[in-house]
Design a protein around this ligand. Structure first.
Ligand SMILES: [Zn+2]
Length: 332
């Protein structure tokens, strides 16, 4: 695979300045960016970690915790920092933010306390709603230094996502980044209005989303694929040495849809994320709580299950399976 052509947007001898902390080539350190106060008057910060090598190269942003309850994503960056992955970069810079939405994290919530979603509040405004302020902190203070970005997420409440990297266009360097990440699925998904990826795209910063596992619950596989993907990308960019002994077949998925529950009840799946399924095949059952009625869920599609619902009780219309219905069998 050809090396990604990511031009550095900053002259390398330029200082990288965050909140009055000056980083020259070879410098590294933590910056606590103030983002607000809790009602208790406790100040909250976005802890940001900057690593600069002595040699010119791109600046990669590794972002997690845009949704405060997506703990797998936070744990990926936390472990990478703990293991010193960025301590001796050969070229370029890394800016790592393990937890952007500190409000959501403290409240065990995806959102900030007023219910707004940070990932629907970009580019944000420093004088706007709480979510807009968190988004603007990233847009205004961090993104001016960034050349490419990885935004780490998990599925929502009880929704499990099989490890996947999402890109918006095969023509974008984001597609190459997603391929380098080498997750079981590489998924084309249009950028969502007011999302981080939309702002990154507007600023011409190639960005991918990594998705794995579900919110709140830690998952070893999800964390492994996240860490491995970041290391593979850094290696590909010539920023670290990383020997990957694992081979994973990636399936490229171009279009996805949801299979929803046709009735309410106790949901027991028999097929789950990572499986290839045929139209008409049983995927699980939905039962009433009294042992009277059990209905088999038959697949309405042929494709790959990229995510599934782990909820034990579902309502009619709830999303049960997220299925990739247009796919490239060959992958790479
Ligand atoms: Zn998320």
């Amino acid at each position: 695979m050809a090396l990604l052509e990511i031009p550095s947007r900053n002259a390398f001898d330029q200082e990288l300045i965050l909140e009055k902390s000056v980083f020259n080539p070879g410098d590294f350190g933590e910056v606590r960016i103030p983002v607000g106060r809790m009602p208790s008057d406790t100040r909250l910060y976005v802890n940001t970690y900057v690593f600069r090598s002595y040699h010119p190269g791109p600046t990669l942003l590794i972002l997690a915790g845009v949704h405060g309850d997506e703990i797998n994503s936070i744990e990926v960056v936390s472990q990478l920092l703990q293991e010193g992955t960025f301590d001796h970069l050969k070229t370029g810079n890394v800016i790592a933010i393990p937890l952007l939405n500190v409000f959501g994290f403290n409240n065990f919530s995806r959102d900030v306390p007023d219910g707004k979603d940070v990932n629907r509040s970009f580019p944000g405004a420093l004088g706007g709603s709480l979510a807009a302020r968190v988004a603007a902190t990233l847009t205004k203070k961090i993104l001016p230094f960034v050349d490419l970005a990885v935004d780490m997420h998990t599925g929502g409440s009880s929704r499990f996502n099989h490890p996947q990297a999402r890109f918006h266009s095969r023509q974008s360097p984001a597609f190459e980044m997603a391929k380098v990440f080498n997750t079981p699925y590489v998924i084309k998904q249009p950028v969502i209005s007011k999302s981080f990826r939309k702002t990154a795209k507007d600023l011409n910063i190639p960005a991918i989303v990594f998705e794995a596992g579900e919110s709140v619950r830690l998952d070893g596989d999800a964390i492994h694929f996240g860490k491995r993907g970041v290391k593979r990308l850094l290696h590909h960019l010539g920023m670290i040495d990383f020997e990957d002994n694992e081979t994973v077949h990636s399936t490229v998925i171009e279009r996805t849809t949801w299979q929803r529950a046709s009735q309410s009840g106790i949901f027991i799946w028999s097929r789950s994320s990572g499986d290839f399924i045929q139209k008409g095949e049983p995927l699980g059952v939905i039962k009433d709580p009294y042992g009277n009625k059990s209905v088999t869920v038959l697949s309405r599609y042929t494709g790959f299950i990229i995510g599934h619902n782990n909820a034990s009780v579902v309502n009619q219309g709830d999303a049960l399976f997220h299925i990739g219905i247009e796919y490239d069998h060959e992958g790479f």
